[in-house]
Structures are given as C-alpha cells and as structure tokens.
Design a protein around this ligand. Structure first.
Ligand code: GLC
Length: 384
C-alpha cells in the first residue's frame, strides 16, 4: 500500500477539486493506494470527501497567498508572506510525518509551493498533479517561468490532466503521465430527442470566469439567425468573480432570448440532459475540460473551443464540433449550423455518448497509481 496525501489549498467545489474528489474515491476502492486529503482551507469539499469515507485533515493557517503577488504588496508584506508560507509548509510537513505518508501530491500551484517545503520536512517525495496549463497566457510570463522552474526542482514526478498541460511543463527526465480527469460510471439521466430548429435549448456548464468565456456565448447568441428557445448557464462565481457575473447578466438582459443563471449546482446532469446543444468556449486554452466529457456523456451535441484539452476529447465532425476560441461570429455560425440540422445533432450526440466512455475514472486512478509506484519505488500492488 502506498500512503498518498493529496494536498490542496482550497475547499471550493471547482473543477480541479471535484476531479480530485473522484480520483480519491476511485483510489480508495482499489488496493494499491491509501489516499487521504490535506487541505489548508475549510469549505464544501471537506464534507464531500468525508461523505466518501476519505480521511481529511484541515490545517488551519494565517497564510495569505495574495501577499506573494508583487503587485499590490510591498516588499515587507512579500517577506512576511514568504515566512508565513515556510511556516505553513513546515507544519504541513509535521502532519505528513505523523500520518506516515509515503508521498505528497500537490493539487495546485499554491499547494506546490507549500508542498515543496512540507515534503522536504517530512523526507518524502512530492508529486505535482497539474490541473492548469503553466503558460504565459494564464499565469503571465514571469510567474509561468517561475512555476516551471519550481516544479522541476521540487517535484519528483508529474501528473498532467492532458497532453496540452504536460506540454507546458519542463519535466525533462522526471517520471510524468497524462491522467485525464475521468468521470464516474453512472447511467446518464434519460433525455428527450433533439428538438427542431426553433425549439433548441442550449446549455453551458462551468465556473463563471472571464477566461471560461461565457460572454463569448452571449455575444454569439446576439448574432445567430436561429434563435434558441432557451439558454442555461450552469455554474457559480467562486474566486472574486462576481463582477464578471454582473457583466454577463447585463449581456443576457440585452438578448431577445431567455437566459437562466443557475449558480453553482452539485450535479449539472439534469441541465445537460435537458439541453440539445452544450457549448464550451474558453478563450484561453482549456487545460482539460471536464464539462465537455460530461456533456458528451449526457448526449448533447457538443460545440467546444479548438484549443487545449478539448482537442484531445472531441473528434471534430464525428462526436462534436470545434470552433476557434474567442470568436463570437464563428461560434454563432456553428450554432446556426447545428440548430438547423437536428439529424446532425442526433448523429454527433450518439457518437459523443460512445466517446465519453473513453474517459472513465478507473483509467485515471490506474495512471496515477503507476506514477506513484514509480516515484515511491514501491510496488503498486497490495501485499497479500
Ligand atoms: C481545472 C482546469 C480544467 C480541468 C480541471 C480538472 O479546473 O481548468 O480544464 O478539467 O482542472 O483537471
């Protein structure tokens, strides 16, 4: 058994954390890895983990990661922040030691920073499970380079959520795997057949954030010839993104189409099952895009942005359609094409359900288990 502690800095139920929740659940059901979670914040994820019988520790702390951003914090705050970070890392290291952990798996860039200190303190290897593309377009040039260097120095192994994500890292000869964040096996809710052109319902699922591009969809809708009957934006604003939500509401109010904002929901399944077309239109390349797989599994005709993870999921014109990111006119044209052709939607959606089966959580768990076995030098199989 490998005792693996998964370290994360947030307990918000956003994409990366929900992926971690499913991974830990799958690992727990197996016999090779004993997973537990170590969080530096309290929040909904704690209860979700406990409900699945996964041991959770919340390490309280005063570390404010904003003090580490150069803009808006003076040199004194920066030094103070760095000291707090080291102190937290040392405390986490003591927790790892007490837990007799074999390996710590950092789930975010902040967790990488704290985990680097913690792993040294505990004398165990650190694995970086990367959910974000470590690129200038997402982090800015300086931070992207710094994170790559830190990752190379601190992480003995890397798990990336797509080939796109892996290609942004400097792994050299470190062990590295792509483990797509898989979905759990469950019967998708029953759905109605694809509706005629003038009755089409559109859904977009995902956190409300500028880089996820909900505004691109709303702008595209203003340009469509076939007006959909309804549009639903499923997702909450988590990380100081209320302003973006307000902007979206303004754009929506100006449309002659009813747009519903559901806020965060635990299970987007019923909304996906009720929609004909699911749209993904992140303006920055999506690292993976779990919502794309979920929409495919739910039997939607999927339109996704042609960059990053979705290009590894969707086979264009076979099980979905890819459109250039950040281009409302191109998205509007694709929406019109799909709306006008229920037979095309039906064909794409049926192939999408099939394709979604290639992204199961057991494959994710197997890939992560293999990497952990390599890094710890332990056999992945349980002793008899
Ligand atoms: C992050 C990424 C998203 C990915 C998820 C799970 O939320 O932005 O693309 O699906 O992590 O790895």
């Amino acid at each position: 058994m490998i005792d693996a502690v998964f370290l994360t800095h947030t307990a918000a139920p956003s994409g990366a954390e929900l992926a971690t929740l499913r991974l830990l659940t799958a690992l727990r059901a197996g016999t090779a890895v004993r997973p537990s979670a170590l969080l530096t914040a309290d929040g909904p994820l704690v209860e979700l983990l406990r409900a699945r019988d996964i041991p959770v520790t919340v390490q309280r702390n005063d570390f404010d990661s904003r003090s580490l951003t150069i803009a808006g914090s003076g040199p004194l705050r920066l030094v103070g922040g760095a000291l707090e970070l080291v102190r937290l890392g040392l405390a986490l290291g003591d927790t790892l030691r007490r837990a007799d952990a074999d390996v710590v798996v950092a789930q975010s860039t902040k967790a990488l920073l704290m985990g680097a200190v913690a792993a040294r303190r505990a004398g165990i290897p650190l694995v970086w499970q990367v959910h974000d593309r470590i690129s200038a377009d997402y982090f800015g040039r300086v931070l992207a380079v710094a994170l790559r260097v830190l990752g190379r120095w601190a992480a003995r192994g890397v798990v990336a959520n797509s080939r796109a994500t892996l290609s942004t890292l400097a792994v050299r000869r470190r062990p590295a795997v792509v483990a797509y964040p898989g979905i759990e096996e469950s019967a998708p809710p029953p759905r109605v057949p694809q509706r005629p052109a003038d009755a089409v319902r559109i859904v977009m699922a995902g956190r409300l954030a500028a880089w996820k591009g909900q505004d691109v969809l709303l702008r595209a809708l203003a340009l469509t010839a076939h007006r959909p009957a309804a549009v639903t934006l499923v997702g909450g604003a988590f990380f100081d993104e209320e302003e973006y939500r307000a902007r979206l509401e303004e754009l929506a109010a100006a449309l002659p189409i009813p747009v519903e904002f559901t806020g965060h929901v635990a299970d987007p399944g019923p909304y996906l099952a009720d929609a004909d077309i699911a749209v993904h239109c992140s303006v920055t390349a999506e690292p993976f895009g779990q919502v794309v797989v979920e929409a495919m599994r739910a039997g939607c005709a999927v339109l996704a942005a042609d960059a990053g993870g979705p290009t590894e999921i969707v086979r264009p014109e076979v099980d979905g359609i890819l459109v250039p990111p950040g281009d409302p006119a191109a998205l509007a044209a694709a929406l019109d094409r799909l709306a006008a052709d229920p037979a095309l939607r039906t064909r794409l959606a049926a192939a999408a359900v099939e394709r979604s089966r290639d992204f199961g959580i057991d494959a994710t768990a197997a890939a992560v288990t293999g990497l952990l076995a390599t890094v710890t030098g332990r056999r992945a199989v349980a002793a008899p």
